[in-house]
Design a protein around this ligand. Sequence first.
Ligand code: FES
Ligand code: FES
Length: 161
Amino acid sequence: MTAARTKCEICLMVNGETRTVHALPMERLLDVLRNHLGLTGAKEGCGEGECGSCSVLMDGVLVNSCLVPVLQAQGTNITTIEGLAGTQHWSRLQHIFLACGGAQCGICTPGVLMAASHLLNKNPRPTSDEIKEGLSGNLCRCTGYAQILEAVAQAASEGPR
Ligand code: FES
Ligand code: FES
């Protein structure tokens, strides 16, 4: 049996907790989060790195977890949408997204919220172009984007709570 087909022990920090999984090295981080760790917030849209629905933070960088072999995540610090609960922009973003209609079928929503939160943490007062750029990796088939961009702009204008 080749190494790629042999499960190995992989240790990573997920939402502040050390987690150990036994997984194939090339298993997608998305599947490990969802199937091994029960963190189903990250969604599979395209499975090809195009839609951003599976976005998580890996050592503070927004990545498409469908493209990350779990071996690459060994020793890293992962934050999923579940780990955003209680962070500074979270309740405001949730509330405003609902109020603006920025979340409809919900498939893109976790990834959009990950990207929006990441953007506001780096840049609390983004311009509309910076919001578009910050969310450029996230596709949405439902909203036409206007409500999503409006929701992030509104969250930025209200500032952190
Ligand atoms: S499911 Fe990962 S980018 Fe679309
Ligand atoms: S709300 Fe359905 S894909 Fe964005």
